[in-house]
Design a protein around this ligand. Sequence first.
Ligand code: SME
Length: 161
Amino acid sequence: MAETIPDLRNVPKARAYAELQGHLDAILNGVDDEVASMATLAALLHHSFGHLWTGFYRVVEPGQLLRVGPYQGSLGCLDITFGRGVCGTAAAERKTLIVPDVEKYVGHITCDARARSEIVVPVLGRQGDLVAVLDVDSDRLNAFDAEDAHGLEQLVSRFAQ
Ligand code: SME
């Protein structure tokens, strides 16, 4: 495989996400496997942007329970109930949540004490069903904005196709 992970830490976000999309499409061309796709996307995102934690929580009981899936970073919590923490809230509300300062988010679940900000994006499947959430954590305050929301939503839209 010729693809390598690009360094996008100093690239403007819109361009960075476009570049990442190109890598993802090239690597996953013809691949129809949820776990392989999640693992590849987590690795690409994590290392190209230098995030603290990047990965998926999968819906294992619809409306009830999320369980950790493919990820990169330090140990993630195993199970998260719908409605709990940032991940559980994004899952319950099926909407992208940006948390600029995790210490100010009531109910934030701390898996890594270095986490300062995070973004969680719902992942929809082919039937429009929620299959997972993508959680990205940073050790910097206010690391994520609307451009990240848009870029990440685009990247996970492949799970609905
Ligand atoms: N911070 C998340 C929990 C998952 S970890 O950070 C990997 C939350 O509040 O949902």
